[in-house]
Write a protein that binds this ligand. Structure first.
Ligand code: SF4
Length: 495
């Protein structure tokens, strides 16, 4: 069972009991950008970041330009901890980008918080926010003789350097973006323009919206457009750079699209109200629950979700199975947001800190329990034990993703291969470990069929090990990419 990112706090040390804080996948970041002369762009960015809080809780930041200079305010903590009315009032301008961060590379520290700012010659500068993870950071740093830092720092440094060389940030992005490998949905700004670009795979979402006054907004998810009153216009296409200034929006391709949309965004990462390719995440999750009910029916009395990401799927399962749906678990929503070091007493409480059973729903019942995934298995084991202690007659676990057997290198922090229970154990062995009466995962085909995207356009490497962009050290590669600073990165067939 996975706590949703909105409740996750990153363990402060490796020995923190993962079940106590957050056992499973966490997003790397959320990005936001706005070009809206005459509007309070800092406050709108603040609300946009609020809607993206689930994509990162370690730090938050906003950069604003008044046309002459860029001011950045960033700090560790949640969006509403980092910003106050006074700090927002000091951020005056027509153009802003914002960022929420969870670190998958680089330490969790103020210096690594984003937006990253870099001076460019003649008093100018740029600010950058990145969601994703590059797989060639070390190689880029070595070849370009830059200090490696994390991937976002490297990107900002590279763009600043190229802006000096080529005379404009737009030219610099068009030259640098093809050199980057991996997942990157990026917002960048200089004093006068907003830029947003997305890797050719489009691993992480990036959408464009329009405000009633004609201003433009870009964000990781449509929920961040909705909250500021922007109408969704389109996605930033894989391999595309969009530029917004006083003349409007223009699109520029820097690489051929080769879609590898993250399948796990549909299962767990994105907010249920995010829409992509004509479907909401909510409807995909509900349909996945229906598929699961057809693939793995069981004689039971009631279907309960593990909140929140199991909620829509549990409703779908109950519908399809003709079983009642009930809320048998209550989420202690704010527990995961503490930075208090867990004591032994707290460790023993384990999952009880996150979830509480509703005895009236559970007692004497044969339960179908719908959850999004199993990463290490410890939390699912505690969950089953807690439900039995609350009086459940039977516990049948139904999981809305296939077993996670491979790590993600494209911006989702799951676990190492050695920690993934799905990497080594068969489903029956996992069932035994977690102590359920039955355990079924949705099939990969069933899950992909519930999304609006073609299977070939989806990354599902954490399930099947077929990495769409070559990862150093991984053998299961579909493509290798040749690196050439003077030319575009060119995919080549793997052996
Ligand atoms: S490996 Fe899994 S989590 Fe990572 S991008 Fe691919 S589908 Fe998403």
């Amino acid at each position: 069972m996975l706590p949703h990112p909105s409740d996750a706090a990153r363990p402060a040390a490796d020995d923190v009991d993962p079940a106590l804080l957050a056992e499973g996948p966490r997003e790397e970041c959320g990005v936001f950008g706005i070009f809206a002369p005459g509007e309070d762009v800092a406050t709108l960015s603040f609300y946009g970041l609020y809607a993206l809080q689930h994509r990162g809780q370690e730090s938050a930041g906003i950069a604003v330009s008044n046309g002459r200079r860029i001011v950045v305010h960033k700090d560790m903590g949640l969006v509403n901890q980092v910003f106050r009315e006074t700090s927002l009032a000091a951020l005056e301008g027509d153009l802003a980008i914002g960022h929420t961060r969870y670190s998958t590379t680089g330490a969790s520290s103020w210096a690594n918080a984003q937006p990253q700012y870099r001076e460019v010659e003649q008093g100018g500068g740029l600010a950058l926010g990145h969601n994703g993870n590059l797989v060639n950071t070390a190689e880029l740093a070595r070849r370009l003789e830059l200090s490696p830092g994390n991937d976002s720092e490297l990107m900002a440094e590279l763009l600043a350097r190229e802006t000096v060389e080529s005379g404009s940030l737009q030219a610099a992005i068009l030259r640098v973006a093809p050199l980057l490998q991996g997942a990157f949905s990026v917002t960048v700004m200089d004093q006068r323009r907003l830029y947003a670009f997305r890797d050719p795979g489009g691993f992480r979402p990036l959408v464009v919206g329009r405000l009633a006054n004609g201003g433009w907004v870009v964000a990781s998810e449509t929920s961040a457009l909705d909250i500021v009153g922007a109408v969704t216009v389109r996605e930033v296409a894989p391999g595309e750079l969009v530029v917004v200034d006083e003349d409007g929006l223009s699109g520029h391709r820097f690489a051929e699209p080769s879609p590898s949309y993250c399948l796990f965004e549909w299962v767990y990462l994105a907010r249920p109200d995010h829409r992509q390719d004509g479907s909401s995440v909510y409807s995909v999750r509900r349909e996945t629950g229906r598929v699961l009910a057809r693939e793995a029916p069981v004689a039971a009395d009631v279907v309960i979700p593990v909140p929140d990401s199991g909620t829509a799927a549990a409703a779908g399962y109950a519908d399809e199975a003709g079983l009642p749906y009930a809320e048998g678990l209550v989420k202690n929503r704010y527990v995961g947001r503490t930075f208090i070091e867990p004591s032994d007493t707290l460790r023993q409480l384990g999952i009880r800190l996150k979830l509480s059973p509703v005895a009236e729903v559970i007692e004497g019942q044969r339960l179908v329990v719908v959850d999004d995934s199993i990463v290490r298995g410890n939390t699912s084991r505690q969950l089953v034990a807690m439900l039995r202690a609350a009086g459940a007659a039977e516990v049948h676990l139904r999981i809305t993703s296939p077993p996670i057997a491979h790590p993600c290198y494209y911006g989702i922090d799951m676990a190492t291969r050695a920690e993934l229970i799905g990497a080594d154990l068969a489903v029956e062995e996992i069932r035994e470990f977690v102590g359920a009466d039955s355990l079924h995962y949705v099939s990969l085909d069933g899950l992909m069929g519930a999304t609006p995207q073609e299977p070939d356009a989806l990354c599902r490497a954490c399930f099947d090990g077929r990495y769409p962009v070559a990862v150093p050290g991984e053998h299961e590669q579909l493509a290798q990419i040749k690196f050439d600073f003077d030319g575009a990165a060119t995919p080549a067939a793997s052996d």
